[in-house]
Design a protein around this ligand. Structure first.
Ligand SMILES: Nc1ncnc2c1ncn2[C@@H]1O[C@H](COP(=O)(O)OP(=O)(O)O)[C@@H](O)[C@H]1O
Ligand SMILES: [Mg+2]
Length: 270
């Protein structure tokens, strides 16, 4: 379990970037954080694997406090992070070298490394690019390489910090679906950070972040219906909910719908 216990962090004294943050991510659970620019999302990502240490409160990964110096590598091995810009994450001249980089660092044998790389690459559909250069790949493919580099390390938790922000809508959906299916298959706990509302629909729970504070936590169906809450957090509401609300005001339907299909179903049965 990743456990944030009353965590506060400031880059500069007196200016909290995140304040009194509490939440947990269990293995196999998909937890999303949604919030606008500067709400503290990336700070939480960096706190989750010990890249940053809190000034107040504690972060635990499977009961280990991120402040425990001797367990630094234990935590870094358990928690894999993927960031927004895949270009900043490339180090090798071929895709395969890139994915192998972390494995070499922890001394995984060549044969074992090769097997892991092949398995994960075919899972992500990037096996055909292994011997080419990462610089010729599209944004979506690059992000899949970045995800593969993290997955070959066999982490128990994945932290994804706006990984689809630079992708087109089609690759965005594809990458998100891949993360969902891999997390499910491998029983990985995911902390999925985004400012794109529709991406949190399939989460187990959603945390809404505003000015460094968690202003709400709940099931996606509940959070996504709350247009006022989302507006105050500086993120967009779903078109289906906006339309539902309008139709409800006009007495055309009696409830609001997160799922477009449900909205259409309700209109057709009227
Ligand atoms: N390296 C840094 N040095 C100083 N302040 C920072 C740094 N990174 C982020 N901040 C500040 O911390 C707050 C939270 O930022 P961040 O966690 O990056 O938010 P988000 O990822 O939601 O955009 C913002 O006020 C931001 O300006
Ligand atoms: Mg950020």
């Amino acid at each position: 379990m990743i456990h944030f216990k009353d965590v506060s962090f400031a880059y500069k004294e007196g200016k909290w970037a995140v304040r009194h943050i509490n939440f947990t991510v269990n293995k196999g659970e998909f937890v999303s954080i949604i919030g606008g620019n500067g709400s503290g999302k990336s700070t939480i990502a960096r706190l989750s694997d010990g890249l940053l240490l809190p000034q107040e409160g504690s972060v635990f990964v499977d009961e280990i406090n991120s402040r425990a110096k001797k367990d630094e590598f234990f935590i870094k091995e358990k928690v894999g992070i993927v960031f927004q810009n895949p270009d900043n994450q490339f180090v090798g001249t071929t895709v395969e070298e890139d994915i192998a980089f972390g494995l070499e660092n922890i001394g995984v044998e060549r044969v074992e490394a090769k097997a892991r790389i092949e398995q994960i690459s075919s899972l992500l559909g990037i096996d055909k690019y292994l011997h080419g250069s990462p610089s010729y790949l599209s944004g979506g493919e690059k992000q899949k390489v970045a995800i593969a580099s993290v997955l070959v390390m066999q982490p128990d938790y994945l932290v994804m910090d706006e990984i689809t922000a630079l992708l087109d809508p089609v690759s965005r959906k594809e990458v998100l679906n891949l993360v969902h299916s891999i997390a499910e298959n491998k029983n990985i706990g995911v902390l999925y950070i985004t400012h794109i509302t529709e991406e949190v629909i399939k989460s187990d729970k959603v945390l809404v972040l505003h000015k460094g504070e968690k202003i709400k936590e709940g099931a996606p169906a509940v959070i996504l219906q709350d247009m006022k809450l989302l507006r105050s957090a500086g993120v967009a509401s779903l078109p289906s909910v906006i339309i539902s609300e309008d139709l409800r005001k006009h007495g055309i339907i009696s409830a609001s719908f997160v799922d477009e299909e449900d909205l259409i179903g309700s209109l057709c049965s009227n």
